[in-house]
Design a binder for this molecule. Structure first.
Ligand code: PRP
Length: 201
């Protein structure tokens, strides 16, 4: 889905106004789109036993909203993977939690919050394929193709987003802002200042 971006402070509560420059995707847009995505997935998966594999931690809100609309016999598991190049750039990938459910012969729906460079997916997908699932479909809330370095595409995309550093609805900057109910853009000075501290670690 393409976004019509407009500069708006509407929907940003007082606490966030000094840090969030604008809302990119509103709560209402997220709710509507996630429901539509779930419908598409449900039709494609045709009632088959499904293992939803969600990547920690950015998927928390998206996953919770998506699966409540998924009328499928599904089981849920998580892979912990994080890029520890703090700040706004992707860094070295570290696995913090391995999959526990057996996916052999199963349909797998791999869920992530954002597909950016594609480095995360390009590490996770071979690991999953090695476990011999029947098939793997990739679902991401946001697709930011501008920085892609790996040849990865998602089967289900909530929104294609332009080249902004986005936070909220699970997405963080230095582990903050995950609890924003919308997807927003920080003022550049916020992440530049924080980067001076965080990126040196
Ligand atoms: C973020 C995001 C994706 C990944 C996408 O994860 O959740 O998993 O980056 O970026 P890429 O396509 O450039 O690899 P992060 O490592 O920040 O961990 P988090 O989910 O805990 O925020």
């Amino acid at each position: 889905m393409k976004l019509k971006t407009k500069k708006s402070k509407a929907g940003i509560s007082g606490n966030w106004r000094k840090e969030v420059e604008r809302v990119l995707i509103t709560e209402e847009q997220l709710a509507r789109r996630v429901k539509i995505l779930a419908g598409e997935i449900e039709r494609d998966f045709r009632g088959r036993e499904t293992v939803v594999v969600s990547l920690l931690s950015g998927t928390v809100m998206f996953l919770a909203d998506l699966i409540r609309h998924l009328n499928l016999p599904l089981r849920l598991d998580f892979i912990g993977v994080s890029s520890y190049g703090a700040g706004t750039e992707s860094g070295e990938l570290v696995f913090t939690k391995e999959l526990r459910l057996d996916v052999r012969g199963r349909d797998v729906l791999l869920v992530d919050d954002i597909l950016d460079t594609g480095k995360t997916m390009s590490r996770v997908l071979p690991k999953l394929r090695a476990l011999k699932p029947r098939r793997i479909k990739v679902c991401v809330l946001l697709d930011k193709p501008s920085h892609r370095v790996e040849k990865i595409r998602a089967d289900y995309v909530g929104f294609a987003v332009p080249d902004f550093f986005v936070v909220g609805y699970g997405l963080d900057f230095a582990e903050r802002y995950r609890n924003l109910p919308f997807v927003g853009i920080l003022y550049p000075h916020i992440y530049k200042e924080a980067c001076k501290i965080v990126c040196k670690k």
